[in-house]
Design a protein around this ligand. Sequence first.
Ligand code: GN1
Ligand code: MG
Length: 377
Amino acid sequence: MIEPNNSLYESLSRVLKNYINDFDAQDYTIQQYPQGHIHQSYVVVHRNTPRYFLQRINSKVFLDIKQVTSNHKLLYDYIDKMKSGIIRLAKPVSLLGSNEWYYWDEQGYAWRMVHYYTTHHSHQTCPSHQTAAQAGLAFGAYSNMLNTPSIHRKPLNLQPTIAKFHSIAWRLEQYQQAQSSYSGPTRIPYEPSQRLKNNPTFFDLTDLDTILESYSQTFLNMETELAASHVQNPRLAHNDTKLNNVLLSTENEPPIIIDLDTTMPGSILFDLGDGLRTIGLTEAEDQTDITLLHLNQDYYTAFREAFINQVASLFSPTEHAFVSLAGPYMAYIMGLRFLTDFLNENTYYAIQYPTHNLIRSRNQFHLLHLMMEEANG
Ligand code: GN1
Ligand code: MG
């Protein structure tokens, strides 16, 4: 809990006054929400009941705050009108007396707020077959609703909020730039707390580079083929379908999809793949002990089947052909992005210790191998 006499509490209160009628700080407590690599998040609690989820948006990552927040409202209305009963989206809160969805504070930070759902919760790692299947159905249904042409629905015209977000060609280019300006060592020792029994003792950047090199043609080819198929069948995607971006209900209510910032043009396979890479992994993305990382076949298959069930009828022959590489594609691009951020001195992702991005990157490449083994039978 953030203490009321703390200066952070005071600045958060000043933001909340713009969202909550007759805001009385005495009735509210605020808790820091530690998940997520990009924004800073807080839970706003009214007399012991969590009411809102407040976020300071990272405006270095999302350059157009108005676009991101008005997309959210557009998507909320779009899905709400469908009354599908299968999924819902987190409801945004507007500024008092206006139709604006974000607030600039006096220090130049941008804020937005959504409702908090006490009947729902997120998982950092997948606890059960049922969770994997529920998450697959939820993200698959969202993908279906974004991509099914219908005479009853005006198509959404969403522009990219981050350019070339899931382009491996672009991410490799950024990696090469980072590599050329990196002047640190190529062997980086594990931090003392990470020196576990069967772990290696250092990260070898040359080895990571070899892994990247060995798979690059496969995924560059996949990217080109998908882009060609999107000319005929343009797709929208959530683009961040990690397990913790779906809230599941403890009371049989529809799941709630959150973190809509990157809902924009993309591929259905990105959403399938991002879900697979987080749900299939037995441990958190930044587990330091590599010997604990396994692919949970049961959860992997449960998510895949539930997701594909929702979207299979939309697939183009190209999308169909690359289904088995969806998970590997996303693990590859995440490993690449984490590594690039390390080389750039960790300016993009929030880190808790200097080698955090290397641990994340190493884990994604490990997962990539496991998923490729699965794909090759
Ligand atoms: C970031 O902040 P979070 O966890 O929702 C990132 C995703 C990555 C993810 C890696 C805008 O998402 O692309 O998948 O970290 N979001 C952005 O876990 O870069
Ligand atoms: Mg996100």
